[in-house]
Design a protein around this ligand. Sequence first.
Ligand SMILES: Cc1ncc(COP(=O)(O)O)c(C=O)c1O
Length: 403
Amino acid sequence: MRRIYLDNNATTQVDPRVLEAMLPFFCDKFGNAASRNHAFGWEAEQAVEAAREQIASLIGADAKEIVFTSGATEGNNTAIKGVAAMYAERGKHIITQATEHKAVLDPCHWLAEQGYRVTVLPVDAKGMVDLEQLKQAMTPDTILVSIMHGNNEIGTVQPIAEIGRLCKEREVLFHTDCCQTFGKLPINVEEMGIDLLTCSAHKIHGPKGVGALYVRRKRPRVRCAPVLHGGGHERGVRSGTLNVPGIVGLAKAAEISGREMESEPARLAALRDRLKDAIISKLDAVHLNGHPTLRTPTNLNLSFAYVEGESLMMGMPEVAVSSGSACTSASLEPSYVLRAIGVGDDLAHGSIRFSLGRFNTADEVDYVAERVVATVRKLREMSPLYEIAQEGVDLKAVEWTRE
Ligand SMILES: Cc1ncc(COP(=O)(O)O)c(C=O)c1O
């Protein structure tokens, strides 16, 4: 059976060039980067330091400002809890927004249980935060704003340079989860006023279980308490023997993404739009979720009225996508991100996230569009609701009665 992977916002295939760069660090150059007294250690340390330079150069940072982590979940936890612990005397207020990944929202909720005050800003129907609301939410005891760059579910890209500027004006630290944009959109921590930034290798065709956290060291010097205590690695911010092959893979993935930044995001955005147009031109009652233009090049999120996302996925098992119902729980609870942008439960249940990556082609996109159109048509043929709606009945106005 032909298999097509359009779930690249969840994870990506490792690029063979990344794997090739990693391989020597398993059996040959296997040293511990913290072993200071022999060549095995030096070799590993050298590779780690070269990786640090590579990651830093992609975001306009200094190598000393990069801390290696196990991924974006750890990066977000360290940034948020680490800053909260260090700046508690200055204030106990943190601002975030409703469509953040759980790896940001849950540490914030945890801090709320520890006595911090957390403001979760709402977003508009396109998924954007309101800068006026952000300004008003900032008080003298605000220590941190955590707002993501690109959203993983709906693709909306937040105005992080403006958010950075607002934070700088008030001397509030700014953390941004760039998991979905690192290596895909230009990022510069100086120009964008970013103090802490999270990224993860497996979203850019690198290995799973490794990522980086940028922590600003100048203007201002950001203090971040560790979440993991131990050997004092990574300047004490993250103890634990470094995942050298993973770090080498992250750096190689970042290098390739950086080199292809001129052409690849534009190619992906064109594929994304091709997919959208091919579907929307052939089907009625399809809604685009997220921002129509300010979105990541990889993400297309559509709601198909009168269709269950899960049924659509089952109808085209050779196509890997995600549905807007939370697969994280046993229940089919609609996604909190779609709820936050005001999508009703019915349309949230009929939503599908298509997400593109380096190895997708126009041919695959055309095939998927055809399969989506055919499957939605088939499902709607079986849907009494669709039939009633076709007769011009407003389903929202119908009062359903039981005989
Ligand atoms: C926006 C965002 N933040 C955080 C994460 C968590 O990243 P990781 O899998 O590296 O822990 C993800 C990935 O699922 C994500 O998309």
